[in-house]
Design a protein around this ligand. Structure first.
Ligand SMILES: N[C@H](CCC[C@H](N)C(=O)O)C(=O)O
Length: 310
């Protein structure tokens, strides 16, 4: 494995980029001709035998994205589609860091023109997202967060238990959707967060039918600064393992902390510190109960190359 998959893609240009250390192999597919298999993704993203990445992102016209053409018919501004894959080759509905790196890639490739302060729409498996170019990064409106088990809305707002590797005790968690599934555990202090062994997947019960990304979050000191709530997070990503950052995970962690504190004055601006940097999460009250969630932070390309040069 690996070598033959890479040879199948020989000659294909790629870029390598990241957003707060969540890194991706990025491919432009302007005619929608590329059929990237799970094995090819795994080979490209392999940290030793391939280029390396937490995931692979293919830029393809939404009109050519099989099964999602309707998204373009309904939103003709969403010309480009972010085809996101985890590094094990599995598909994820959304990638918050990825969509920011994706727009940066489209700009760098000259595939879009996006002056600072302007926004563009991107097709994705979780629907059309709007990304705004900032002076120092991008803000992606990922749409509304939601409780995966709506029946938990009124009760103790715990719907699963998470047992980190090496722990006897399981911890209460809340399942949040950002288009992709997340399970959030609040820990009391930084020491417990630092000591977590995330080389091995935490056990989640009941086992989520489509897997889940597990976030562990603690309040920063002080929790509130200039009207912004500050938390620190580590994540074990579905289909990847521990990553340095997870954008949808940061949104889910902030949403869970905000939900647990729902009896007090709701904070709309959050800062989430992850091992790879810090991202902003803002909740936009859009009139109904499910506020949109805007993820902001840097994104950059670090290299370009050609696959499979023997
Ligand atoms: N790193 C991504 C999330 C990928 C989620 C993926 N691991 C899944 O299976 O949902 C982010 O920045 O949102």
């Amino acid at each position: 494995m690996y070598r033959s998959e890479l040879q199948q893609l020989a000659g294909l240009p790629f870029a390598k980029g990241h957003a707060t250390g969540n890194d991706f192999v990025l491919l432009a597919d302007p005619t929608g001709a590329l059929e990237i298999t799970a094995a090819q993704v795994e080979s490209l993203c392999h940290r030793r035998f391939g280029i390396g990445g937490d995931g692979l992102i293919r830029a393809v016209p939404t009109a050519q994205m099989s099964g999602y053409e309707q998204q373009f018919n309904e939103n003709p501004k969403a010309y480009w589609f972010m085809d996101y894959r985890n590094n094990d080759g599995s598909i994820a509905e959304m990638c918050g860091n990825g969509v920011r790196a994706f727009v940066h890639f489209l700009l760098a490739e000259g595939l879009v023109n996006l002056p600072v302060g302007q926004s563009l729409q991107i097709g994705s498996r979780a629907g059309v997202k709007e990304v705004t170019r900032l002076t120092d990064g991008y803000a992606a409106n990922l749409g509304p967060w939601g409780l995966i088990h709506e029946d938990q809305a009124a009760s103790d707002s715990v719907d699963s238990m998470v047992r980190p590797s090496g722990w006897e005790q399981a911890l209460p968690a809340l399942s949040i959707t950002m288009g992709n599934p997340h399970t959030v555990v609040a820990l009391p202090d930084q020491g417990m967060l630092d000591d977590l062994n995330l080389f091995i997947a935490p056990e989640v019960s009941p086992a989520p039918p489509y897997g889940t990304n597990v976030e562990f979050v603690v309040p920063a000191e002080p929790l509130i600064e200039d009207g912004t709530a500050r938390v620190k997070m580590r994540v074990f990503e579905r289909g990847v393992g521990e990553t340095l950052s997870c954008g949808t995970g940061a949104c889910a962690a902030a949403a869970a902390m905000r939900y647990w504190a729902r009896g007090t004055a709701l904070i709309n601006n959050w800062s989430v510190e992850v091992p790879g940097g810090t991202v902003g999460v803002e909740f936009l009250a859009n009139g109904d109960a499910r506020e949109d969630t805007v993820l902001s932070g840097p994104a950059e390309l670090v290299a370009r190359g050609i696959i499979g040069r023997d």
